[in-house]
Design a protein around this ligand. Structure first.
Ligand code: NDP
Ligand code: CA
Length: 314
């Protein structure tokens, strides 16, 4: 029998009228088994026949309204399973996913957005292969316009997975990808003064240029939800990002970084609460993935308050 999944303290009941969003790089099955070289993770913990249920448990437990996922290379499985839980989804694969070069792969990996159909109506979907200096890269973004039925307000939710790996050139590249995504948002919001959420695996620490590019863009007034939660709670480390969103051991060594974020427009949304990260002790010395947790990235979840609209006609 499998040991219990890592437990994190978050109410499955969400506050009235709030919007709950889950952000998670679920770890591609092909990459996790064949590319990542997780030297402290037993291969059996990566066996798709059991790992897929761990992924589903994690997604379903937090009971989000909107789910943003990266490294999805089993969209059919997730989509069928999540449909039974009241979700519909959109999937957009990377144009030249490294997965397709792996023997026995299940197709490319990509991004996905799911939303709860009882509470949201899908108004529009746009997808884009992210460009860098006007040339297509291997990264993608999905944008959805969702109508929150309870308030009749439209919310723009986008997700992305930026280029991985370290180095000055790559951090410049991620910054250019961030700029392209912000322009893509502007072009698809059509001047609407609506809440904006961009969640994803940005593969960038808070010190990287792309993090400030997103937070300082005057068009959207975006900030990072976990950073703001500390301020709301008056925490000792207020204004700081969490110490890690991914913690793994590869052949080249241990890697503990904050690279996943939920950015939101401050003038439309307030952070009510966030799903806390597990402690190092809970995670264990072999880090993740493990039998206790199916990805090398932890899920992020945020409850947002929809602030009163500045538009008097609404
Ligand atoms: P990225 O550099 O964005 O990374 C692809 C994946 O690798 C990500 O999901 C990333 O995970 C993961 N990753 C990050 N660091 C490491 C690491 N140290 N070891 C193993 N995996 C890691 O890739 P692109 O989409 O830009 O695609 C380019 C890559 O695809 C090339 O590097 C190449 O390896 C592969 N490729 C191979 C081809 C072939 O013929 N074999 C052809 C075309 C592409 P995370 O985001 O979680 O960090
Ligand atoms: Ca990965």
């Amino acid at each position: 029998a499998l040991p219990p999944r890592i437990e994190r303290n978050f109410p499955s009941e969400k506050p009235a009228n709030s919007i709950r969003l889950l952000q998670w790089n679920i770890l591609s099955q092909s990459l996790g088994e064949h590319n990542d070289n997780f030297v402290c993770c037993p291969l059996e913990a990566l066996d798709w026949r059991t790992r897929r249920y761990r992924i589903l448990e994690e997604i379903i437990e937090y009971n989000a309204d909107i789910i943003c996922l990266q490294e999805v290379d089993h969209y059919q499985f997730l989509s069928r399973a999540l449909r039974t839980q009241g979700y519909e989804g959109i999937y957009f694969p990377k144009p030249d996913s490294p997965c397709i070069y792996i023997k026995g792969n299940n197709g490319p990996d990509g991004c996905a957005i799911f939303y709860r159909v009882n509470d949201y109506e899908l108004i529009k979907v746009e997808t884009r292969i992210v460009e860098v200096w006007r040339v297509q890269s291997n990264q993608v973004v999905i944008l959805t316009m969702l109508r929150h039925k309870a308030t009749d307000r439209q919310i723009c939710v986008a997700t992305t997975h930026l280029k991985a790996r370290q180095g000055a050139l790559l951090s410049t590249l991620r910054n250019e990808q961030g700029k392209d995504i912000l322009d893509f948002l502007e072009n698809n919001i059509d001047g609407a003064d609506c809440p904006v959420i961009i969640a994803g695996d940005f593969n960038a620490e808070p010190t990287e240029p792309v993090y400030s590019t997103i937070r300082s863009d005057p068009r959207f007034g975006l900030d990072s939800a976990y950073r703001c939660d500390g301020i709301v709670q008056g925490a000792e480390d207020a204004g700081q990002e969490p110490p890690y969103t991914t913690w793994k051991v590869r052949g080249e060594g241990e890697c503990c970084q904050t690279i996943d974020y939920v950015f939101f427009s401050r003038r439309h949304l307030g952070v009510k609460q966030v799903l806390p990260f597990p402690t190092g002790e809970q995670i264990g010395p072999n880090r993740v993935p493990s039998f206790q947790y199916p990805s090398d990235h932890f899920s992020l979840a945020v409850d947002f308050d929809l602030l009163p609209s500045s538009d008097a006609s609404q």
